[in-house]
Design a binder for this molecule. Structure first.
Ligand code: NAP
Length: 566
């Protein structure tokens, strides 16, 4: 491909007849979401010659990085890994300025990708999909948006993001509070000024841990409402020098090979030894070295650190000592210390998080001791105290993995709703398809490994697989693809089996849906590792897409028209 073609796909000769026009009501494919997976999928489908329209509820590309603009927001996976690998030209030209990119920089990168690959003309911004049903006669999806239009396409893709449906807990009195309310996952575009204010922050997950130190620097008083303490590892942010950036960009081929070999889709220098195969001095030295360097590499110091119970207890004790060292008041340190095993919940990276609780304007409120009873016009009440507040920040996470897909109000074959299909939890095959919903595909959803590591690495693999699947359908003049009920059930069992080998299935978290009242408690992401998942997907494709059934396109259809409808 020439550079002109890469920058502007319209410069390429079309592979097939493209009948999409700006205001057309139908296309070959509809993608919901212009985050990282939606953008790459759009690029791949355009390369196949499909006409594509993308509906994006935000005003720009970037998905999670468009919405999560809270103070301190940045990726906790290093920029080297948290970036697209599909284009060597893109890798060479984009320079990350920091070890962990800030939200603004990641958003700028998404915008650059959209421009560089000429993707924007196919995206309808500020357009939310409210419903979609499968028209069995036409073998097309019919999609309704909040701007009133109806759009048809044979192929429908949900690139809606695993963590995009913000969860504001339905606390009594929520609507009576007279001050400002913000959620980290839907932060205002204008700067929020907390100077001189009394601010309550509810939630101490990844978002809360990043937000709290930043708010505490500004606010007159910060009240942190903590339900479950987390293991917070030091991130050790730093600038990336020109030399380091040049080295990374010239080494990308080797770096991506390393990345693809890691079960989490990013490389964190896994140590070669088992925990008790080295002396206690060597263990302490290695843990200390990794703690000082920062990042998730700490968790990979020893091969069995998170799986061998005795090793885990010792490593957890190391982190607990660090919490005690950082926090002046031993009682507060105790309240900040988790009681679950290290790695049982998705670990969190922070920047002087524990030290923030030494500030005199910061108060930790332990919701295990005094649960929230509700909000009033002037603040928040727990079972023991009332806290007058000017602003409340909910860092309370998301209805993860299924929330955004359920909100699409899908109706598949025979009028079956996605709500019915998933009444007991999100059944699907390979995280891609749901029985009863032909030609509907998911990215980074339940059953996929995406949230168990670097989401971009995972979704690039998923997009490549789906693009190959679409090409296969076009080659063989297939109209629809659908997973079988048996294969959905079998994949649920595989996901459960893989979860059973990890600590993460042992404690409540958003992986299990236990953060959302009434949500079926089912372990949702595939935890067998990115490489294993890739091999399973590739074997299914090599076996002629076993686990899926196809229907043929009508024989009389002209080639160009039949191809897009698969
Ligand atoms: P989260 O991990 O689900 O944390 C939500 C927090 O809110 C938890 O402390 C939770 O307590 C608390 N909470 C929820 N409902 C509550 C209620 N009714 N009352 C009191 N407390 C309540 O959400 P998150 O921090 O937004 O992170 C979600 C995921 O997004 C992360 O695991 C990560 O995958 C991703 N993320 C990544 C980054 C990054 O790359 N830097 C940043 C942010 C988020 P419990 O723990 O007791 O439920």
């Amino acid at each position: 491909m020439t550079r002109a073609e890469a920058v502007n796909p319209a410069a390429r000769a079309p592979v097939n007849k493209v009948y999409f026009m700006q205001n057309s009501q139908s296309s070959d494919a509809i993608i919901i979401g212009a985050g990282f997976s939606g953008l790459y999928l759009l690029h791949k489908l355009r390369e196949l010659g499909l006409s594509v329209v993308v509906f994006e509820r935000g005003g720009d590309v970037g998905g999670t990085w468009y919405w999560n603009r809270y103070p301190g927001a940045r990726c906790d996976i290093e920029s080297t890994w948290y970036s697209y690998s599909f284009s060597p030209e893109l890798e060479r030209e984009w320079k990350w300025s920091q070890r962990y990119a800030k939200q603004e920089e990641i958003l700028a990168y998404a915008g650059h990708v959209a421009d560089r690959f000429a993707l924007r003309p196919f995206i309808r911004f500020n357009t939310r999909v409210d419903g979609a049903h499968f028209d069995e006669r036409a073998q097309e999806w019919v999609v309704q948006t909040d701007v009133g239009a109806t759009h048809r396409a044979p192929l429908l893709f949900a690139a809606t993001g695993p963590l995009s449906d913000s969860n504001v807990p339905p606390l009594p009195g929520l609507n009576t509070f007279a001050g400002e309310i913000h959620h980290t996952g839907a932060w205002p575009h204008q700067a929020v000024d907390f100077a001189g204010k009394r601010v309550g922050i509810v939630g101490t997950g990844s978002s809360g841990v990043q937000t709290i130190p930043m708010v505490a620097r500004q606010a007159a008083q910060t009240f942190v409402f903590q339900r479950t303490p987390q293991f917070v590892l030091p991130a050790e942010h730093r600038e990336v020098s020109e030399e380091e950036s040049a080295r990374i960009r010239s080494d990308y081929a080797q770096l991506r090979t390393l990345q693809r070999s890691a079960p989490t889709g990013f490389w964190a220098n896994p140590g070669p030894h088992r925990f008790f195969d080295v002396s206690s001095e060597e263990r302490a030295e290695e843990l200390e070295r990794r703690w000082k360097n920062g990042g998730f590499a700490f968790l990979q110091a020893f091969t069995d650190m998170l799986t061998n119970e005795k090793a885990n207890v010792e490593a957890s004790a190391f982190v607990k000592r660090k919490i005690c060292d950082a926090v002046n008041d031993p009682e507060i340190a105790a309240r900040l210390t988790p009681t679950f095993a290290l790695g049982a919940r998705r670990p969190v990276l922070g920047d002087r998080y524990y030290e923030t609780f030494n500030q005199t304007n910061v108060t930790l409120v332990d919701l295990k001791q005094e649960p929230i009873v509700g909000l009033t016009t002037d603040g928040l009440s727990t079972s023991q105290h009332h806290f007058p507040l000017d602003a409340i920040v909910f860092a309370t996470g998301f209805d993860a993995l299924t929330g955004a897909i359920l909100k699409l109000n899908l109706k598949g074959r025979d009028g079956i709703t996605i709500q019915d299909a998933w009444a007991d939890g999100p059944k699907n095959t390979l995280g891609f398809m749901v029985h009863g919903f032909p030609n509907f595909f998911m990215l980074a959803g339940p059953g996929s490994p995406a949230v168990r590591g670097c989401v971009i690495t995972s979704t690039e693999q998923q997009v490549d697989w789906l693009a190959d699947c679409v090409a296969h359908m076009r080659r063989h003049r297939l109209a629809t693809i659908e997973s079988t009920a048996q294969s959905d059930q079998a994949w649920v069992e595989t996901v459960n089996e893989a979860a059973g080998t990890t600590l993460t299935s042992t404690v409540d978290s958003w992986y299990l849906g236990s953060n959302i009242p009434g949500k079926p408690k089912v372990f949702m992401p595939y935890s067998g590792g990115f490489g294993v998942y890739r091999d399973i997907c590739d074997n299914v494709a090599r076996g002629g897409y076993e686990r899926f059934t196809f229907s043929k396109a009508p024989a009389a259809a002209p080639a160009e028209q039949a191809a897009p409808s698969c």
